[in-house]
Design a protein around this ligand. Structure first.
Ligand SMILES: NC(=O)c1ccc[n+]([C@@H]2O[C@H](COP(=O)([O-])OP(=O)(O)OC[C@H]3O[C@@H](n4cnc5c(N)ncnc54)[C@H](O)[C@@H]3O)[C@@H](O)[C@H]2O)c1
Length: 437
């Protein structure tokens, strides 16, 4: 393929070198004449393992050249990868001036071209930037329509500086957000040799994945370091601890606990987080990440309560109120807190939970249910149907299999608030609302 790459910094130079090695004909574009000159002399503009050798070989073979003229680069290629910088402004917002400028420049060059061109944004941009900034700039400059007259993809870059070339050929994943299938097919063909999951998705999802990834990576480092300083103060080797922590690929390094849903609760997580952060305070340690976990959780409980009350109905039916399906444990169940909030605001409730009903009759939690939360216990009914008959707002509090397909059982005028993702419907005003989807 003939590919132009706009921006010859870390991402652009590595991409140019690696794509040229893969047999593509690459034209690099950068307004910085020093970078252009360096590449054309067979040198790398960035210090990065293996890039120098790859660029020298690619330039020698005629597979790579650099120019300052973006219009010429677009005219000579089928696809442009945009790798320009997206730095922070002083207030933290994203500076999109380079992305906008390059989109306008590429758009003008597309207008002067007969063949269909594909524009791929590899720079890191916040969700919505493609539709609100990049596509309008391209459409204004081309006079055409994205996805029809030219293609647009968002293809976030996951390389790490220091091992960028290795990461290019061994990425954790390839994510393509596409304006249309033809564009996605063309871009996917660029990565067909890579042994990595290739995910094709909506443009906004691709944009957001990059931020979820980097926020997670930062959180992991901060978490590891906070555990580390507590360990150090207690005379424990943090690496022994985290080596064991990392061996747990069921609960720790796994998808478990990472799907957006309702707040955590139960008899362990809140109690143990309180104890750990209390100990850190007693050791005069500041652990802002660990200390903010419970307040984040508390805010999420309030968010759930507000979402339910925001539907504007007095009669509310709750389906599932233990903190997760398959248990009757109500200690620190966040749904119990929501229920108490609703009762306090004068709502009429009916509550159904198969496991809690059983426990009310026989289980070890009978005493807790009957004596500690009698105000809730007396609102319990024996079937889903009774809850459906009562509530104008229905709330699914946990993901018990009994609640599958519940959305299809609503009568007209009933609305479902889903705290457990029993439906993957998107929000339908007056009918369905998910806590974080
Ligand atoms: N560096 C990384 O490890 C990394 C990893 C993943 C994603 N990213 C993202 O990729 C993007 C690029 O990062 P980087 O570190 O390579 O940036 P960089 O600052 O090293 O390089 C950006 C280049 O774009 C050039 N440029 C500016 N305007 C241009 C224009 N109109 N036409 C052509 N070139 C132009 C600049 O001269 C510069 O050489 C950023 O959005 C960044 O967040 C970076």
């Amino acid at each position: 393929m003939r590919i132009s790459i706009f921006g010859l910094g870390y991402v652009g130079a590595v991409s140019a070198a690696c794509l040229a090695k893969n047999g593509h004909r690459v034209v690099g574009v950068d307004p910085n004449p020093t970078k252009v000159e360096l590449i054309n002399d067979g040198h790398t503009p960035v210090i990065e393992k293996d890039v120098g050798e790859l660029i020298a070989a690619a330039v020698r073979d005629g597979a790579l050249e650099a120019i300052g003229d973006g219009a010429k680069a677009v005219a000579e290629t089928e696809m442009s990868l945009v790798c320009v910088g997206t730095p922070s402004r002083p207030n933290g917002s994203l500076d999109l001036q380079y992305v906008e400028r390059v989109a306008t420049e590429i758009g003008a060059a597309i207008a002067a071209k007969d063949d269909r061109h594909l524009v791929v944004i590899r720079s890191t941009i916040l969700p919505g930037t493609m539709r609100e900034v990049v596509i309008p700039a391209l459409e204004a400059a081309t006079g055409g329509e994205a996805g029809v007259d030219f293609g647009v993809c968002n293809n976030p870059e996951f390389l790490r500086e220091g091992s960028a070339v290795y990461d290019f050929f061994n990425p954790p994943k390839t994510v393509i957000g596409e304006s249309d299938e033809t564009s996605g097919d063309l871009l996917a063909s660029l990565y067909s040799d890579l042994d990595a999951p290739l995910i094709r998705t909506a443009i906004e999802v691709a944009e957001m994945v990059k931020y979820a990834d980097n926020a997670w990576h930062g959180l992991k480092v901060g978490f590891g370091n906070e555990i580390g300083i507590i360990c150090k103060a207690l005379g424990i080797d943090s690496h022994r601890v985290m080596d064991i922590f990392c061996q747990d690929q069921k609960l720790n390094l796994s998808p478990y606990y990472l799907k957006p849903g309702f707040a955590f609760g139960g008899s362990c997580l809140p109690k143990d987080l309180r104890a750990l952060t209390y100990r850190a305070r007693a050791l005069d340690l500041e652990v802002p990440i660990l200390s903010s976990v419970l307040s984040s959780n508390r805010m999420h409980i309030e968010r759930g309560l507000n979402l339910i009350m925001g539907q504007g109905n007095t009669n509310i039916g709750i389906l599932g109120f233990s903190f997760k399906p398959g248990t009757d444990d109500l200690r620190e169940s966040p749904i119990v807190e929501v229920i108490e909030g609703l009762i306090g605001k004068g709502h009429e409730l009916r509550i159904y939970d198969r496991n809690v009903s059983l426990a009310r009759l026989t289980g070890a939690n009978r005493d807790y249910i009957v004596n500690r939360i009698p105000h809730i216990s007396r609102l319990m009914v024996d079937s889903i149907d009774e809850v459906l008959a009562h509530g104008d707002t229905l709330v699914v509090g946990n993901g018990d299999a009994e609640f599958d397909g519940i959305l299809d059982r609503l009568r007209d005028g009933q609305v479902l608030v889903d705290l457990a993702r029993v439906s993957d419907s998107t929000s339908i005003p007056g009918r369905y609302d998910g806590i974080c989807w």
